[in-house]
Ligand binder design. Sequence first.
Ligand SMILES: Nc1ncnc2c1ncn2[C@@H]1O[C@H](COP(=O)(O)OP(=O)(O)O)[C@@H](O)[C@H]1O
Ligand SMILES: [Mg+2]
Length: 474
Amino acid sequence: MTSITQTSQDEIFQTMSMSSPASMYIIQDGRFVFANHRFLDRIGLTEDELLNTDQYDLIHPEDSEMVRQNAIEMLKGIRTTPYEYRAYNKAGEMMWVAETVTSIQYQGRRAVLGSALNITEQKKAEETLKAQKELIDNILATIPDAVLVVGRDSNVILANTAFYDAFGMNKREVEGRPVSEIILAPHLLKSLLKILLDQEPQINLEFKQELKGNAKTLVVSMMKMGEKGALLILDNVTEERQKQERLFLTDRLSSIGEMSAGVAHELNNPLTGIVSLSQLLLESNPPEDLREDITDIHNEAQRAASIVKNLLTFSRKHAPVRESIQLNRIIEDVLLLRAYEHKVNNIKVATHLAPDLPEVVVDYHQMQQVFLNIVLNAESAMAEVKNPGSLIVTTRRLNGLVTVSFSDDGPGIPQENLHRVFDPFFTTKEVGKGTGLGLSICYGIVTQHGGKIYAKNNAGKGATFIVELPVDSQ
Ligand SMILES: Nc1ncnc2c1ncn2[C@@H]1O[C@H](COP(=O)(O)OP(=O)(O)O)[C@@H](O)[C@H]1O
Ligand SMILES: [Mg+2]
């Protein structure tokens, strides 16, 4: 190899610095002593102007200390990768550069050779990408539905917060795992495959899966997502389905009600016959040994007839008839209906019924049902706390309203449930004991009468239910 003379070394350096895509400069004794045309172009200075410029004037003040440190580390050989910083040109425009520095000999003395690439465009692209990713993350985090993205290889690419919450799983158990480990419904996986294989653009279906130990019903909407895979949006419809099932049940219950009304009706006539014939027999002075038996027949038939009559009153659909009535009367009837139970269950009932209570226009049977439901609830609430109970019923006239209140000394109602108790199917009773329909029926009836019904807790213990009806209701 021929030795390279100083002149040809300079030539090589000149050529390289001219053709390099990097902006290059040399600094000696803290001053610029050389710059290639890219460097001059980038900062928009002439060679003469550059000679009188401090290099740190070209660097963003927040970055200059970092640049100084990194340059020192590089010159010591500690740092090997380029460092990035914000630089300015003469016009004050900012750009991102990635720079490396090397220690060299320049004209026989120590100098620093800097070489920098303008990475502004790349930085911008990176930032846009980062912003887009953040936006997507934010959207995914705020969407209330569970979202799952599945790649063409059937592995999960990502899931959102709602998904992790609903499925009770974490990122590690989901991301990158086969979707068949996460969603266990075979028919869903088969349909998903169709979407991934481009046979269908979108499929919606319902499936059941146990989530966090509870059986859930979910609706999934699956669609093709470009070439990347498929997007799954999952909606928990467990409560809706349960409500539908219960509605179906109440439908059935009401048809059972109708059927028993029919049966009661059929039994009513023969029973009336037995009651009146046995009565006639008794009046015809039968022999003493028969008399006892006939009396038994008469009494038992009468008992059966009264059961049937009760059944009829409760299951018959009355066409609503509104008449002018004093509510005190309905309340007394309801309390009489429950008097026996109150006695055996040690419930003391006190009434404060305003004697001059104005009449209201209501349907007797419907209002009876409202007050009966409230009283029955109070009974079971008081039974819960086991002490002898106390029920206080008060009627009042209050600014064009008639108010009825029922105060019990049961456990009261948790604050958060005071409104919910009127929701259909809201019940705290065990399965088979409560339907959660009582108060929602009351609510419906009272509002139909232009009134209000609400509950509050007593200062001491127990709850009070209040019904307000307008005096001029029609
Ligand atoms: N007097 C009361 N004291 C405490 N809780 C009550 C009272 N009345 C009603 N509730 C609550 O309201 C719920 C709904 O009542 P309701 O609609 O009649 O349905 P159900 O009696 O079938 O549960 C009850 O389950 C109970 O939790
Ligand atoms: Mg009830």
